[in-house]
Design a protein around this ligand. Structure first.
Ligand code: C5P
Length: 222
């Protein structure tokens, strides 16, 4: 059967990875969390005390950094040179520095190449900020997922509490707004809706409802 590509982009905490994972599982496609890749690079740089403004050093580290994924009982695990960094890459320190690293042209080129390679031979659901615009410009379906910042902060808050991360709702909302602003205003492939993407506003919708909307759109194109 034909190889299918689904691109899901949108601002922080819009529920992209949650619905992308469910959709991939239902369809039997692979799932690629590109945000996790930028997070691994950021975590690795912070761990190794690499100056985030030193592009040469960052690129040298990235060239020796293998990033891989696997699934244990439906839960995604992320590895940096074989070490499980699933929890580390969600820590506030990484979240607050990742946009700075993701704005670097050289880092983006390398990760985009890796993302294209991952999608080369299998049907895939990929989520991020530039999937429909840069990584998979010919995707069969492009979704731009949005939700009110208040609801996104509340979702992130609940997710954090379940992981034992304590940040107030107000601070989370500010962090989300700052990250969206930074991601949308950078020079190199900023977060924007692709012309041919379908915007889905998930405010007030359950995860199941969002998946249903995307599934219906997918049925129209496959
Ligand atoms: O999706 P997540 O919130 O984990 O992404 C973390 C950060 O990685 C984003 O805020 C953005 O700066 C960067 N990113 C990106 N391009 C992607 C995916 C993520 O620039 N395709």
């Amino acid at each position: 059967s034909k190889q299918i590509q689904v691109a899901i982009d949108g601002p922080a905490s819009a529920g992209k990875s949650t619905v992308a994972k469910i959709l991939a599982k239902k369809m039997g496609y692979i799932y690629c969390d590109t945000g996790a890749m930028y997070r691994v690079v950021t975590f690795h740089a912070l761990e190794n005390k690499i100056d985030l403004k030193n592009v040469e050093e960052l690129m040298n580290a990235l060239n020796h950094l293998d990033i891989s994924f696997d699934y244990v009982e439906g839960v995604q695990h992320v590895y940096a040179n074989g070490v499980d960094v699933t929890t580390d890459i969600r820590m506030p320190d990484v979240t607050n520095h990742v946009s700075e690293v993701a704005a670097i042209k050289e880092i983006r080129h390398e990760l985009v190449n890796r993302q294209k390679a991952i999608s080369a031979s299998q049907s895939i659901v990929m989520d991020g900020r530039d999937i429909g615009t840069v990584v998979l410009p010919d995707a069969d379906l492009k979704i731009f997922l949005v939700a009110s910042v208040k609801e996104r902060a509340e979702r992130r808050y609940k997710e954090n509490v379940s992981k034992g991360i304590m940040t107030s709702l107000e601070v989370l909302q500010k962090e989300i707004e700052d990250r969206d602003y930074y991601d949308s205003h950078r020079k190199e492939s900023p977060l924007i809706q692709a012309k041919d993407a379908i915007k889905v506003d998930t405010t007030g919708l359950s995860i199941e409802e969002v998946v249903k909307v995307i599934e219906n759109e997918l049925k129209k194109v496959i």
